[in-house]
Design a protein. Structure first.
Length: 209
């Protein structure tokens, strides 16, 4: 199911980024969601600003629940990245994101086509004033590497943008030279307790076919 609104958890995180990337205060008492993407690729960063976020991410106790909650579960190669900013409300400063383009090479769940480009949004990147913002706990994807990812999907300005259900349990490095069914995928994040094999992914494919 594609999502048309942001959860209160994500809004809380994004509000932290707003304060981190701006010295200006907002007079808005209520947050009206008016998303707009701005391309920041032509900006040269002036200063590196580290932002550590203690966020209440949704944590999954078992792999089956993670698979159930994800809109799409896919494998693919990261082929490029782009710095963008997301404006949530009029009068507010833009929130920096990095949008990674993943080219799909296998589908375990979801209405996705082989070869399709999926755009994965991660918090952190270049602010609209040129500062670099980094978010604690989030490990950026590496261009050229293949991953298995568990994603939600959102509509933003008629574009479909995807993001991870949380930054810890939803990305696995795919080894093209290791395809035995009992081989364990490498967790992208060191705090991920799940041990996932290719056999588990095939079970996901059968469950959501």
């Amino acid at each position: 199911m594609k999502r048309y609104i942001l959860t209160s958890c994500v809004l809380f995180i994004l509000m932290i980024f707003i304060s981190g990337c701006s010295n200006e205060s907002s007079s808005n008492d209520e947050l009206s969601i008016i998303p707009q993407l701005i391309n920041n690729n032509e900006q040269e960063p002036a200063l590196e600003l580290h932002i550590s976020i203690d966020a209440d991410w949704q944590w999954f106790q078992d792999f089956d629940k993670l698979s159930e909650e994800a809109d799409i579960i896919i494998r693919g190669k990261i082929i490029e990245s782009q710095n963008q900013s997301l404006i949530l409300a009029e009068g507010m400063r833009a929130i920096p994101h990095t949008v990674f383009t993943l080219m799909v090479s296998d589908i375990f769940k979801g209405d996705i086509q082989l070869g399709e480009h999926v755009y994965i949004k991660q918090l952190g990147g270049i602010c609209d004033d040129g500062l670099i913002a980094t978010a604690g706990g989030i490990i950026p994807f590496q261009i050229g590497r293949e991953y298995v990812v568990f994603l939600n999907q959102w509509f933003i300005n008629d574009n479909v943008i995807s993001d991870q259900l949380n930054p810890f349990q939803t990305a696995y490095v795919f080894d093209v030279n290791s395809r035995a069914m009992d081989d364990v995928l490498e967790n992208q994040h060191p705090n991920n307790p799940f041990v996932i094999t290719y056999y588990d992914l095939e079970n996901v494919r059968e469950t959501f076919r």
